[in-house]
Ligand binder design. Structure first.
Ligand code: ADP
Length: 189
């Protein structure tokens, strides 16, 4: 199964993705994690990527698609993958569809996790104290939420038109959210 997980920063995607990849036995492809790994290297590319991430902006579409494509070529992805934080723009969604179509593959489902804005800000500020992520400060959080609303939220319509969208309420306990997600997965298996 190949599925895309859409949700604003702080929605709880990380927690749910961990459970979901165990359930489905597929690899978890988080572009946030991949880009943070690139950022750690001391190269011109890493400094360039850092300039986007640290400002709360999106890395360029073609760079992200190249990193994802590289992962998709590995053996572990033959039976599917969970895309977390990707695609984040309509262009990325089209690039992914084209890439998969070239291989005779397709996405099965897009899952949207919904959480109210105020709650997101509170959760992210709390995470900032625990994890110390450079991009978890108030200004960058606001920027990332803005980027989500303008660039990523339109994806839900894109996938709804393909009949692939499922929406889950993220303002519930993590266990209940996961129950709802499992029900969605069953509908698209
Ligand atoms: P969050 O969703 O909590 O903001 P992520 O770990 O998914 O965190 O992403 C962190 C940052 O990495 C984003 O703010 C962005 O700069 C960059 N990033 C992650 N995924 C993408 C993507 N698909 N396209 C462009 N930039 C991305």
């Amino acid at each position: 199964m190949r599925l895309v997980f859409i949700g604003p920063p702080g929605a709880g995607k990380g927690t749910q993705c961990k459970r979901l990849v165990e359930l489905l036995n597929i690899p978890h492809l988080s572009t946030g994690e991949m880009l943070r790994a690139v950022k750690k290297q001391e190269t011109a590319l890493s400094r360039w990527v850092a300039s986007y991430i640290d400002a709360g902006r999106l890395a360029p579409d073609h760079v992200v698609m190249r990193i994802v494509a590289q992962k998709l070529q590995s053996e572990e992805c033959v039976n599917g993958a969970l895309f977390d934080g990707f695609p984040r723009t309509l262009i990325q969604a089209q690039l992914l569809d084209d890439y998969l179509a070239d291989q005779g593959l397709k996405l099965d489902m897009a899952l949207e996790l919904k959480v109210e804005e105020e709650e997101l800000i509170q959760r992210l500020l709390k995470r900032a104290q625990i994890d110390g992520r450079v991009d978890d400060n108030y200004d960058t959080i606001r920027e990332r939420l803005h980027v989500f609303h303008t660039q990523t939220a339109p994806l839900t319509e894109y996938y709804a038109k393909q009949g692939k969208l499922e929406v889950v309420n993220g303002m519930q306990s993590a266990d209940q959210v996961f129950e709802d997600i499992k029900a969605c997965v069953e509908r698209h298996r």
